[in-house]
Design a protein around this ligand. Structure first.
Ligand code: AMP
Length: 394
């Protein structure tokens, strides 16, 4: 199938050609016709499937009319969990709409609001926003929703995990009843379903099968390791396997600082992002990581939420996440459309329960690899599929 058979207009096709998108991904094939037909949609799809274009392209097509924008009005609202995601997603909107006369902006907290207000005063077609800041703008009356045509809740599960449900409900109350609603979520949990039930009338539901577990383009493997040996093992792998790049997830910012100094001592330059770093620093580091100036980036789970990094070749779970969702989300950062990736987990004995929960969710055990000189003293038991933890995983 080609993009032109999806009834997209010439300026959009031209932008896609510039980006070397030759054919739609499965979520794009399914979602674009539904959205163009004006129906509401709930889609189970995670990052890396091309889901962004699956809703942005038809929205652009629908908004590309003669209608003139009024000040302080917007026509499409895309809600996302984090500022990084807002920035990234707006960049995609800008790229896909480069040959159209539509305006877009990212709106998020932690940044000065006066520039954002100035933009809004003139009216903006598409706003990509985090819920808190958006609500703030609406309460300040610099933003009105009477011309809103489409609402997108992107990464709905993440937004709920991060406690945005109150803000989302308040925003939805302000929106016109006549609107199109699109909800995208890596998983459709009970919470997501209840949000959808309250706010989305008779949606079409689609799901991209592989998303439930992982894309086949992601090679997952693990290595069992004693806690005290993790940094030595990481240095060994970086050097022996000549890694070009890795995003390394770690639990705490103290752990991140320690790992950075351990790697630097072994001659591996590395940067870190965590909750204490300012927005400006996080953005600078992220852009240097994306451009390849920084090859190795240590990130705490919280700081890394919502970061969109294209064609990442490798993620490392230096610490295995407590939540299965976090594992699925992290590995989704590699092996994006058209590229393959590798997801490596360092598993210590204490992580056994989490490992079993992850593997049960994937439906298969993760391949174990061993490396000479890194024998474990505390053996991690053989995996058990269909393991049920006491605190049942979502
Ligand atoms: P997303 O799941 O929206 O985060 O997209 C994942 C990555 O795939 C992004 O880097 C997109 O630029 C890229 N992408 C999306 N759709 C296509 C396509 N049809 N062909 C090639 N790359 C794509």
């Amino acid at each position: 199938m080609s993009f032109s058979s999806l009834q997209l207009s010439q300026p959009i096709l031209k932008a896609l050609a510039d980006l070397d998108y030759t054919q739609p991904t499965p979520i794009q094939e399914k979602a674009i016709p539904v959205i163009l037909s004006g129906k509401n949609l709930i889609a189970a799809a995670q990052t890396g499937t091309g889901k962004t274009a699956s809703f942005v392209l038809p929205i652009l097509q629908k908004l590309n009319t003669e209608r003139k924008l009024r000040g302080k009005r917007i026509r499409a609202l895309i809600l996302v969990p984090t500022r990084e995601l807002a920035v990234q997603l707006e960049k995609s909107v800008a790229a896909y709409s480069q040959y159209l006369e539509l305006s877009s902006m990212a709106m998020y907290g932690g940044a000065d609001s006066s520039a954002q207000i100035q933009r809004l005063i003139g009216g903006v077609d598409i706003v990509v926003a985090t819920p808190g800041r958006l609500l703030d703008m609406a309460q300040q009356r610099v933003l009105h929703f009477d011309e809103l045509e489409v609402l997108v809740l992107d990464e709905a599960d993440r937004m709920l995990d991060m406690g945005f449900i109150g803000d989302i409900n308040k925003i939805i109350e302000r929106l016109p009843e006549q609107r199109q609603n699109l909800l995208f979520s890596a998983t459709i949990s009970n919470e997501v379903r209840s949000l959808a039930k309250r706010s989305i009338y008779r949606p079409v539901e689609i799901s991209i099968k592989q998303d439930k577990t992982s894309s086949p383009k992601i090679e997952q493997w693990l290595v069992t390791v004693d806690k005290g040996n993790k940094s030595a093992l990481l240095s060994h792998l970086i050097k022996e396997q000549e890694w070009d790049q890795a995003l390394i997830f770690i639990e705490t910012k103290q752990g991140a600082a320690k790992l950075v100094s351990q790697l630097e001592k072994r001659g591996i330059p590395v940067e870190s992002i965590h909750g204490d770093r300012t927005q400006a620093v996080r953005e600078r580091i992220l852009s240097e990581f994306k451009s390849g100036q920084i090859k190795f980036l240590v990130a705490t789970g919280v700081a890394a939420r919502g970061l969109d990094i294209q064609n990442l070749s490798r993620v490392v779970n230096y610490d295995v996440p407590d939540q299965v969702e976090d594992y699925i989300h992290r590995i989704g950062r590699t092996g994006r459309a058209g590229a393959t990736g590798e997801a490596i987990s360092f598993v210590a004995k204490d992580n056994f329960r989490n490992l079993c929960a992850i593997e049960s969710r994937l439906g298969h055990v993760i391949t174990r690899r061993a490396f000479e000189g890194f024998d474990v003293k505390k053996t991690v038991p053989e995996s058990i599929l269909n393991y049920v933890t006491k605190n049942k995983q979502k």
